[in-house]
Ligand binder design. Sequence first.
Ligand SMILES: [Zn+2]
Length: 122
Amino acid sequence: MQTDPWGEVDADPRRGSDASDAGVKLVATSKRPCNLKGGEVRRVSQNRNNLLIGYHVCCRRCGFVVLAINGHEGLAVTEGTEPDDITFSQPLRCTYCRVLMHVSHGQLRLEEDAHVRSVRYR
Ligand SMILES: [Zn+2]
């Protein structure tokens, strides 16, 4: 785990070099979901005046983009006033590497339990 898979992370002062425990700041973006990097989120729909469907969240562990659907399987997404102030009522499990992503007020914390797979999507 010495290499930084995200390349540009160090250029962003809001993110630490190692975010495994303390949590990292999520970055709200309007990029297409297929272009998201780890720790970036994208609202669906993009217009905050429109109904919230959910968020695309790019897994910081493996790079897979997971869609967190508001109201699906007990997950409720709460939005604050800032674009990246989002909170999930329960952790979102990455579809690919199975890590649990806890999101609270825009902070992402990963939790690796027994289900996590040693894989990297990209
Ligand atoms: Zn993952």
